[in-house]
Design a protein around this ligand. Sequence first.
Ligand SMILES: *Cc1c(COP(=O)(O)O)cnc(C)c1O
Length: 410
Amino acid sequence: MPKNIKNKSKYYLELDKKWTAHNYKPIPVVIKKAKGTWVWDVNGKKYLDCLSAYSSQNFGHNNPKLVKALKKQANRVILTSRAFCNDVMGEAAKNLCELTNYEVFLPMNTGAEAVESALKIARKWGYDKKGVDENKAEIIVCENNFHGRTITIIGFSTDLDAFSGFGPKTPGFKVIPYGEAKALEKAINKNTVAFMFEPIQGEAGVLIPPEGYLKEVETICKKNNILTIADEIQTGLCRTGSLFASDHEGVKPDITLVAKAVGGGVFPVSGVLSSWDVMDVLTPGTHGSTWGGNSLGMAVLDAVCNLIREVDYSAISLELGKFFVDGLKRIQEKYPKKIKEVRGKGLLVAIELNDKARPYTEAMMDNSPIGLLAKETHEFSIRFAPPLVVTKSELTWALGVIERVFDEVN
Ligand SMILES: *Cc1c(COP(=O)(O)O)cnc(C)c1O
């Protein structure tokens, strides 16, 4: 940065605008430092982070145990590729599988890669094990889904911004309404190999399906010999008050996808959890990733699993989530014209407005002397998902800011 810059935020915002693609519309805050639930901008202003990098920061920014594991491993070996083996991957995979009660882990790096991997596994399972005719496999997904940004994944998105202009779509997918078990039953045919769903739709605005839906889905899929693929990339790792959101209904999907918080917010780690009966369709040469299973990410994964064993983050998320939702509902009672709905599970919470949400999120950011960072999803909703290390008093403060903003905006 040149000397004598008065408005540092403006300087960086302009740099971003000139030198990086405009595929986001960020809240105009430029963050320089972070710790736990708090972040600081380039001008030194402090903010409570109520987004947690889309639930990647479940254990708090720069969690000391995770940073320690990262640094320790960085001094040893970082990346060898899977052409060789390393002394971290197996230990970490064992730790994660034992924690989640799955038999086997396929390590990848980003959420979209985990999703793509699961789609490949499901198709191959369909051909190798279910006996579906070659190139006929169908996978069922839900309206308003968010599973990532690759060309195949956006092909079955129902969000116009996500898919339009990027055709042609990858064939082999069928889209049904979310939360309707009957629609799933109707969509199944002899070529169906899998049903992929989010147990709670995060990007769609924290949409929670009717109670019993996941259990019904499980029963229908078992009956029809179809794999259940739960995308727990945003909902997993204690975010909703249980290790996985599927656990709320006692559902054990054939495949569970993890990313975001599984890398502890310090390194990109993702992957596919399943049984050997499903995973063994992958054989040498059929799938891979240069960085998947790298020593650095796997050291972080191992440390993340240990954190979850040490602290009952699910209980914290459940208790604080209820406290926070109750507080938001009190604000809704005060401003019923502005707030249409408050919904959430654990600390994955959203409010749906009757107005556009952006002026409210910007007013929260602008709160003085300490700001609050939250992000609107789909124009009318605001998601609140603070790190699970947030305290009750921090949430009480946040509720005060939110109430003031609803009092002041408009
Ligand atoms: C974020 C997210 C993804 C995609 O993860 P990336 O790491 O951004 O590719 C997929 N599914 C869900 C539910 C997500 O929230």
